[in-house]
Ligand binder design. Structure first.
Ligand SMILES: Nc1ncnc2c1ncn2[C@@H]1O[C@H](COP(=O)(O)OP(=O)(O)OP(=O)(O)O)[C@@H](O)[C@H]1O
Length: 309
């Protein structure tokens, strides 16, 4: 099975409201797939459809080769799911709550639960009822990871976690991938998706606005550049470069500024014919790409500051 998740023209309407429109998407075995989008874009709708928590208006979904509707029981056994609105309640403490969930999943070694709880800094002696939001989220993470599922489906998994715990979570995701598991995670936090995802899907208004690797998404982006030369260079030196139609050489011929879109390869080769004394170029962060995609797909992804060199 190459594709752990296959979505075909998946559409979900809520009365007259459109949750998701014609979504087709494949998630490959063993990859971490980051699913990004602003509030109300349709991320949770997609995730709920995967797990048969809601049913599509049209289109179809296949998860681990199974059909969410018909094979729900098997699917839940093989998937680790963290809901965006994960709630846990009850009089028991964290340890007995997790043991209860572990039993539902056919048993999980206590050492595995203890290890995850310890890494996340979750005190299992605390009463579920008294947990803070962040600690409830940790319970949600432990229950999603503990049975070592083939597929992890995580809706806003970092919500409420402090930065150190967020890092631990990212380590857990990377380890899951190293073990051959697949992770589908929605997020608002670009830096975490950038740090861990192999591919990214950007959803806007219920439609897929972009789907690619982080590096390919960046390739189409615009970089700001500034280059200084030891001696004047002729204006025609950079006139015919692909993607470099917005470059400007100053009157002295020693400073080149402007923007370049796509691969910087041709520019680098043209620069190599001269003595370069300074070079500043921006590396567009996923965050800027993301904002440009959901603010208006017609705008080219645009980099901001943060010198790359
Ligand atoms: N039960 C529902 N009834 C009516 N409309 C709904 C329902 N659930 C979602 N929607 C609508 O569907 C659209 C997509 O919502 P969804 O919750 O999937 O977005 P999201 O990307 O997960 O957003 P967020 O980041 O805010 O959780 C929104 O316009 C939302 O108002």
């Amino acid at each position: 099975m190459d594709h752990v998740i296959e979505l075909r023209e998946l559409t979900k309407t809520y009365g007259t409201r459109r949750g998701l429109t014609d979504l087709s998407l494949d998630v490959r075995q063993g990859e971490v797939f980051g699913y990004l989008g602003p509030n109300g874009a349709g991320k949770s709708t997609t995730i709920r459809l995967l797990l048969d928590l809601i049913r599509p208006t049209s289109g179809r979904a296949s998860v681990l080769g199974l059909r969410p509707r018909e094979d729900g029981v098997e699917l839940r056994r093989r998937v680790g799911y963290l809901a965006g609105d994960f709630v846990c309640d009850g009089r028991q403490n964290v340890r007995s709550y997790l043991r209860f969930l572990a039993a539902l999943r056919g048993g999980v070694p206590q050492a595995r639960i203890d290890d995850l709880a310890e890494r996340l800094g979750l005190d299992q002696a605390t009463s579920i009822r008294k947990l803070s939001k962040g600690n409830r989220q940790k319970v949600g993470l432990v229950q999603a990871f503990m049975h070592q599922p083939e597929l992890l489906v995580l809706d806003e998994p970092s919500s409420g976690l402090d930065p150190l715990v967020q890092q631990t979570f990212l380590d857990m995701v990377a380890e899951a991938r190293d073990e051959g598991r697949t992770v589908f995670m929605s997020s608002h936090i670009m830096s975490e998706v950038e740090a861990v995802a192999d591919r990214v899907g950007i959803i806007r208004d219920g439609r897929l606005a972009a789907l690619d690797t982080v590096s390919n998404l960046r390739t189409g982006a615009v970089r700001d550049i500034e280059v200084t030369f030891a001696s004047p260079v002729p204006p025609e030196a950079f006139a015919a470069l692909p993607g470099a139609d917005r470059l400007h050489l100053d009157q002295d011929g020693t400073t080149l500024t402007g923007q370049i879109s796509g691969s910087p390869d041709a520019l680098v080769k043209a620069l190599a014919r001269h003595t370069v004394t300074g070079l500043r170029a921006t590396e567009p962060a996923l965050e800027e790409l993301f904002h440009s995609y959901y603010e208006g797909a017609e705008n080219a992804p645009r980099a901001q500051t943060a010198p790359a060199a």
